[in-house]
Design a protein around this ligand. Structure first.
Ligand SMILES: [Zn+2]
Length: 218
């Protein structure tokens, strides 16, 4: 019923390939259901980085639709895929198994104004879906961006670093469970500057990030 009503307002299409009549099609579901790959961004965050795949096809479309077209529903397939990847990392020993350590998912910081305009932060929403599917896993939105941070689109690597230096900050009101494995989550890793600044900020607060996991690596 709800779906029919929404269809009248906004014709439904797959967030990954634009196929008609479905929010997320079986083919795109299959494309996300893969083992994560190791990626090496130009600016190393100093911890292993994993991605569901390259920034292309359904991953790229879905990230853009969630970020810029208000497709909140895409948090479900993206979060489920990240949850499976985290489960795989636990089984492969890249993260401690649940009986040894809990897992804290830290969404990469986003400019708050941008997040508000886009109807909430898609990365945090996606992280919540991933956490729901995993034992002993919580979302810890502890990072934010201070003041005058420009959108990084179109900036060079050097400019991105200057833009972000010192501006990734700890937010009050949320904390990380002691002895948890900490995973920094983001939608896309491009140069690696956001991940590096985030890992640094957490390290200064005595929090060690175990791995970075993203939907796509550009
Ligand atoms: Zn599709």
């Amino acid at each position: 019923m709800m779906r029919t009503l929404l269809d009248l307002i906004l014709p439904m299409e797959c967030g990954g390939c634009a196929a008609a009549g479905v929010a997320w099609c079986p083919r795109c579901r299959a494309e996300l259901a893969v083992e994560p790959i190791v990626v090496e961004p130009r600016v190393s965050p100093g911890v292993p980085c994993w991605a569901l795949g390259r920034y292309s096809g359904p991953r790229r479309r879905a990230v853009l639709a969630a970020k810029e077209r208000g497709r909140r529903d895409l948090a479900e397939p993206l979060g489920a895929a990240l949850g499976s990847a985290l489960d795989w990392l636990r089984r492969e020993g890249e993260l401690d198994p649940p009986e040894l350590a809990s897992l804290a998912l830290v969404p990469a910081p986003t400019r708050s104004r941008a997040a508000r305009m886009r109807g909430g932060d898609p990365v945090t929403r996606t992280a919540s879906v991933a956490a729901r599917a995993l034992p002993r896993c919580t979302v810890a939105p502890v990072l934010g961006l201070a003041g005058r941070t420009r959108d990084s689109v179109g900036l060079t690597v050097d400019q991105r670093q200057r833009n972000l230096a010192g501006r990734v900050q700890l937010r009050s009101g949320s904390s990380i469970p002691p002895r948890a494995n900490v995973v920094l989550l983001d939608d896309v890793i491009t140069t690696g500057t956001t991940a590096r600044e985030s890992v640094r900020t957490l390290r200064r607060a005595g929090i060690a990030v175990t791995v970075v996991l993203v939907v796509a690596s550009a």
